[in-house]
Design a protein around this ligand. Structure first.
Ligand code: NAD
Ligand code: DAU
Length: 339
């Protein structure tokens, strides 16, 4: 089988491409615009493989998407490409709406025109919004997005579903919880805290740090997507959770303990506007239908992730240069220290 992956140079997409090349006989065409989050260094392990091809381009470019699908004739599309960071979506919503909504539309149109046999849309638990404990979202839960990022993802989920209902495009939607692991851009909680701790810089905790996220090791997520690609039922939604809910402060404290740094580095700062308090997911449907289960426990996964960042200081230095510093100043410079 040949698959067209979008966003395969990002954190999760690149882990998926590396896994598919290593563990299956599939061919992979990777369409990626190489935004600040896309990094071909993440694909070094596969760049010379004859089953892999990279195409530099924008998923919003309808002519390019059309010509690419026509030329490559993929049997399936796995759609990762998105603007993925909530804080950036608050600072600047326009690129998020463009890529996450318009880009998904363009990919759906290409898939419809060329009758692609399967369209896996990679989405997020954020579309369910904040849930009171002990609720866990099943796939039937209402969409209740809070940020421009999650609203655009929720909108794209509905668009994908409409192509199934209206045009019979064989789509499947996945909704995963917070991923962590190697190659994660250091704007997200875990890699930001690890890299700041290494440098003895303050660890900025939003609000009281009691917001809860469910942590999923990136390879477990990718195995879940592969399971859905192979066995997911058309038109269905599958949650993919890590089954490990933790308040942010606990995560930050674990990072400090594992890096041997003091808790005095924690700096409470002004909260994220519209900050969702708690995400929680039930992955029972995916487990029941495909046999998938998350394999990595959080402590081992976090240790491995920290070890990867320790061994890849040059990768960190390169992605943190220039534009990253500008973003850091914009997002954190204006926040007050609280408490
Ligand atoms: P990322 O930001 O690390 O990577 C996004 C990739 O998409 C980059 O390679 C970027 O260059 C590419 N891209 C962005 N705009 C593009 C465009 N217009 N055309 C082509 N390529 C473009 O994101 P990630 O964390 O790897 O997330 C991948 C997907 O998984 C996203 O759809 C996200 O919503 C979803 N997701 C992420 C998480 C998480 O915890 N990170 C959890 C659940 C779902
Ligand atoms: O739940 C899945 C989602 O997880 C994905 O869809 C998104 O693409 C991904 O970015 C992630 O969204 P979050 O907003 O949950 O992740 P982030 O790493 O930005 O933040 C995790 C928690 O940590 C959140 O409650 C905000 C908090 N936080 C984050 C940063 C960057 C801080 O307290 N301080 C920080 O500096």
């Amino acid at each position: 089988m040949k698959i067209l992956v979008t966003g395969g140079a990002g954190f999760i997409g690149s882990a998926f491409v590396r896994m598919v090349i290593a563990e299956t006989d599939f061919g992979v065409v990777n369409l990626d615009k190489l935004t600040y989050a896309g990094n071909l260094e993440n694909l070094k392990a596969v760049e010379r493989n004859e089953r892999y091809r990279f195409v530099h381009g924008d998923i919003c470019d309808g002519a390019l998407v059309d010509a690419l699908i026509e030329a490559e004739k993929p049997e399936a599309i796995v759609h990762f490409a998105a603007e993925s960071h909530v804080d950036r979506s608050i600072l600047s919503p326009e690129p998020v709406i463009r890529t996450n909504l318009n880009g998904t539309f363009t990919m759906l149109e290409g898939a419809r025109k060329h009758k692609v046999g399967r369209f896996v849309h990679v989405s997020t638990d954020e579309v369910y919004g904040s849930l009171e404990a002990p609720l866990e979202a099943t796939e039937e839960f209402p969409l209740n997005a809070s940020s421009p990022y999650s609203a655009a993802k929720a909108g794209s989920d509905l668009l994908v579903r409409s192509y199934f209902v209206t045009f019979k495009l064989p789509v499947v939607i996945t909704r995963a919880s917070n991923n962590y692991g190697p190659h994660h851009f250091p704007e997200k909680l875990i890699p930001l805290m690890i890299t700041n701790a290494f440098d003895d810089r303050p660890l900025p905790v939003y609000g009281d740090g009691q917001q809860v996220r469910d942590w999923l090791y990136v390879d477990d997520h990718c195995r879940g997507i592969l399971a859905v690609l192979r066995k997911g039922r058309e038109g269905e939604i599958y949650n993919i959770g890590g089954n490990r809910s933790l308040p942010n402060l606990d995560v930050v404290r674990q990072v400090l303990a594992l890096t041997g740094k003091p808790e005095s580095l924690i700096q409470y700062v002004t909260d994220r506007p519209g900050h969702d308090r708690r995400y929680a997911l039930s992955s029972e449907k995916l487990m029941r239908e495909t046999g998938w289960a998350p394999a990595m426990d959080f402590e081992t996964g976090l240790e491995r992730t920290i070890a990867w960042y320790r061994a890849n200081g040059e990768w960190v230095a390169r992605v943190r240069s220039g534009a990253y510093r500008e973003y850091y100043e914009k997002n954190y410079g204006g926040r007050e220290t609280v408490g």
